[in-house]
Design a binder for this molecule. Structure first.
Ligand code: PGA
Length: 262
């Protein structure tokens, strides 16, 4: 079976429900002829989820940007997996860099969320990535492996291979202040992460998709996806205009498929 390209976006705190629905309806049209070659996903704000699921949920995988680590409780402001399930969402982003570095989430919290997501049969996109300081101190590999083990190390190989995706997103590469990683740096780090996955989950660790994210744009996307071990792209800003995002997808898809064939 041909491998599919993993590609999608998290819109952070940028789109209202109306904007998110308009955006995803347009993306749904734009990718229609290539959707079976993609694992396409969309991660809008909580308040957009229900209407977006209603609009395109049968055709596009819709995810939440975060989730609580308990089903119920005294957690004002949090959203439970029960609430996500109720509106048809079974895909969740865990440990995005902004959750960790702006809102102070720790590896222990990410681990509890990953456990709960697996218990509910959700697919979790776990983000890991080193800070600039860790990179400069030569601790990039060690730091992503620690994050990976801390958050996902308790999953069984079956749970991990069926329901875990990894987003490698170097903290220094994300957002308006970020500088994109070079393709060769991304390739090296993906190899590190793959070896960590195999160490944790054995053969099953080879099946888990690892996506690159952090200042992906129309000019660097093809050279990143050309690199071995990069199963897809997780894009912020450059994906929020449908035509621009569609352009990226169409540029990288043949590159990915050529690479996957060899
Ligand atoms: P960016 O965001 O593409 O705008 O750098 C990536 C992310 O935060 O996942």
């Amino acid at each position: 079976m041909k491998r599919r390209l993993y590609i999608g976006t998290n819109t952070k705190m940028f789109q209202t429900g109306r904007e998110a629905e308009e955006y995803i309806r347009r993306m749904d049209e734009l990718i229609d002829d290539i959707r079976d070659r993609l694992e396409f996903f969309f991660i809008p704000s909580f308040t957009s989820l229900e209407r977006v699921v209603r609009a395109v949920g049968e055709r596009i995988r819709i995810g939440a940007q975060n989730m609580a680590w308990e089903d119920r409780g005294q957690f004002t402001g949090e959203v439970s997996p029960l609430m996500l399930e109720e509106i048809g969402v079974r895909f969740v982003l865990i440990g995005h860099s902004e959750r960790r570095h702006v809102f102070g989430e720790t590896d222990i919290m990410e681990a509890a969320k990953i456990r709960l997501a697996a218990d509910h049969g959700f697919t979790a996109l776990l983000c890991i990535g080193e800070t600039a300081q860790q990179k400069e101190s030569g601790l990039a590999a060690q730091s992503v492996l620690e994050q990976l083990k801390a958050a996902a190390g308790e999953l069984s190989p079956e749970e991990a291979s069926e329901r875990l995706w990894i987003g490698y997103e170097p903290v220094w590469a994300i957002g308006t202040a970020g500088t994109p990683a070079s393709a060769s740096y991304a390739e090296d780090m993906h190899a590190v992460i793959r070896s960590g996955l195999v160490e944790l989950f054995g053969e099953k660790g080879t099946e888990i998709p690892v996506l690159y994210g952090g200042s992906v744009n129309p000019s660097n996307a093809p050279e990143i996806i050309e690199r071995n071990g990069i199963d897809g792209l997780f894009i912020g800003r450059s994906a929020w205009d449908p035509d621009r995002f569609n352009g990226i997808i169409r540029d990288v898809l043949p590159v990915f498929e050529r690479r996957a064939d060899r």
